[in-house]
Design a protein around this ligand. Structure first.
Ligand code: HEM
Length: 508
């Protein structure tokens, strides 16, 4: 039979308007029907932007990371008393919490411990490690790993941290001090914290501070950059498309390289251990050795892949976060000379002429600790973290349906004027013991809180104090940009948009 195209064509042309009308009518009908569902009604009641049907807030929310956070912070001030805000990507809602009572409800729960799907860009890199896993898999992993972060273990990491802090200070003294020139401290801090975590997590001396172009470090930085960009493009959420883009291909190649490197290190350490050559009493036992020793309640060890997931997780969580916290603290002390002087006076008294900082020294650095905490209040290292609701939950006057993604917005929480008057003012005494007692422990959560809090917070505080103490006892720091002009953006962690520009002069 011969198909007569000329006679079929007019028929198709007449169908088009009908098909379109039917499609639009069905869409409207579905939307109206859906609007009557309970879940949709619950979400609609939550304060948010002017909500455009189907489009949600995409016309009002800036797409770039800096604008997004600025706009969100301004909007939540209008509904501060409600403690929550809704942001909609088309019809997909995100609920943003920013009051201490709502933070407590979410973070103290043993049920709402599942990570939401928005962590998907991390999966190709970190797999389902401690940071990205959910439910019973997470519970089992957390149970196994908790002893590795006990104080008795962490104290042995002080020596490598001291060594790397010395290398950083030496380099800055040689290349940056007393030159009268400003430079971006974020960059050397990034490489120094990378060196710390490579040596403490894997037992590898990477030398990133002097060899910034090493293959592993370059790959790691590229993965981070690509992972940060991925959620900003809707099409990148589809693996099939993302894996064919230039950035997706480069990222996958870098992930392969980073995994291969970790595989090699794990195999070597395992072989050493089996040959009895890894000295279990050595002060330089990396986290990796502890992971090789981990056993679940039935005595089963972690598989090779599970160990690699944790090593990669420590590599990521263990340096990006500390870089941000150290750099912002340096900035704040450089912008508040009176506070810097008080820190230096405290440190001079504690450290004296000693070259190595001990655990006893760290415990005495009270004022420095207040300064770090106050910095992380104003510039929270992890400004957002998310959960998927395990069941319907009530936050204040609002119910949020099961399965919804709920974000804790620490940047908003930490700036509640009822809890922290004049929230932008840098006042370390807010963290004196008597002032801390006056507020809820959920009003300030830089390391999250509850069962899924940061497992590495003691390690982090140790590293922050050692690096900052060595910097402050050697240099006077001057920040170049005023606090009101410092532009920040939420990437995987909070970052300065234009680096942290400082000048250094020697103290003696
Ligand atoms: C200033 C430094 C740090 C800050 C502010 C910080 C903050 C956080 C926050 C807010 C979370 C919760 C994230 C979420 O729920 O998505 C978290 C989780 C985590 N952090 Fe940290 N962190 C820091 C340093 C570290 C270090 C040094 C390590 C490891 C050596 C580490 C390992 C982890 C891990 C494994 C998790 C996942 C815990 C779990 O879900 O059970 N962190 N961190």
């Amino acid at each position: 039979m011969r198909l007569d195209t000329m006679s079929v064509l007019p028929n198709i042309v007449t169908w088009i308007p009908w098909t379109l009308t039917a499609a639009i009518t069905s869409l409207i009908a579905c939307y109206l029907l859906w609007k009557t569902t309970r879940n949709k009604r619950l979400i609609d009641q939550i304060p948010g932007y002017v909500d455009w049907p189907l489009l949600g807030d995409i016309l009002q929310m800036p797409q770039e990371a800096e604008g997004f956070m600025k706009t969100l912070s301004a909007e939540i001030e209008k509904v501060r008393d409600k403690g929550l805000f809704k942001v909609k990507f088309f019809e997909w809602p995100w609920i943003v919490l920013f009051s201490h009572s709502n933070a407590e409800k979410l973070l103290s729960s043993n049920k709402h411990i599942d990570k939401s799907w928005e962590y998907y860009p991390l999966h190709p890199w970190l797999g389902r490690g401690l940071l990205t896993s959910s439910g019973d898999a997470w519970r089992a992993r957390r149970h196994m790993l908790t002893p590795s972060f006990h104080f008795s273990i962490l104290k042995d990491f002080l020596e490598p941290i001291n060594d790397h802090a010395d290398l950083l200070v030496d380099k800055l003294r040689r290349e940056r001090c007393d030159t009268g020139e400003q430079f971006d401290i974020f960059i050397p801090i990034t490489f120094s914290t990378l060196d710390v975590i490579c040596s403490t997590a894997m037992g590898v001396d990477m030398g990133a501070l002097d060899n910034t172009g090493s293959e592993y470090v370059t790959a790691l930085l590229l993965i981070k950059e690509a992972t940060e960009k991925r959620p900003r493009n809707l099409f990148y959420s589809i693996d099939f498309i993302y894996n064919r883009t230039s950035i997706g291909r480069k990222c996958n190649e870098s992930i392969r390289l980073v995994h291969e490197f970790a595989d090699k290190v794990i195999k070597e350490r395992r072989a050493l251990k089996e040959a009895g050559e890894s000295n279990s009493h050595s002060k330089r036992r990396p986290f990796l050795d502890l992971l090789l020793d981990c056993r679940d309640e039935h005595g089963n060890p972690l598989t090779h892949k599970e160990i690699r997931e944790e090593v990669d997780t420590f590599m990521f969580e263990g340096h990006d976060t500390t870089t941000s916290a150290i750099s912002f603290t340096i900035y704040m002390l450089g912008a508040h000379q009176d506070v810097q002087k008080k820190c230096q006076a405290e440190l001079d008294e504690i450290i004296g002429s000693s070259t190595s900082i001990s655990n006893a020294d760290l415990a005495k650095m009270t004022y420095l600790e207040w300064c770090i905490k106050e910095t992380m209040r104003i510039f929270p290292t992890v400004p957002f973290f998310a959960r998927e609701l395990h069941e319907e939950a009530t936050f204040g006057d609002y119910s949020v349906p099961k399965g919804t993604t709920v974000y804790l917005y620490s940047m908003g929480l930490h700036k509640d004027p009822a809890v922290f008057p004049e929230p932008e003012k840098f006042d370390p005494t807010r963290f004196s013991p008597e002032n801390c007692l006056k507020r809820s422990p959920f009003a300030y959560v830089p390391f999250s809180a509850g069962p899924r809090n940061c497992i590495g917070q003691k390690f982090a505080m140790m590293e922050l104090k050692v690096i900052l103490a060595k910097m402050l006892t050697t240099f006077n720091i001057e920040s170049v940009v005023k606090q009101a002009d410092l532009r920040v953006q939420a990437a995987l962690v909070l970052q300065p948009c234009d680096g942290i520009k400082i000048k250094l002069t020697s103290r003696n």
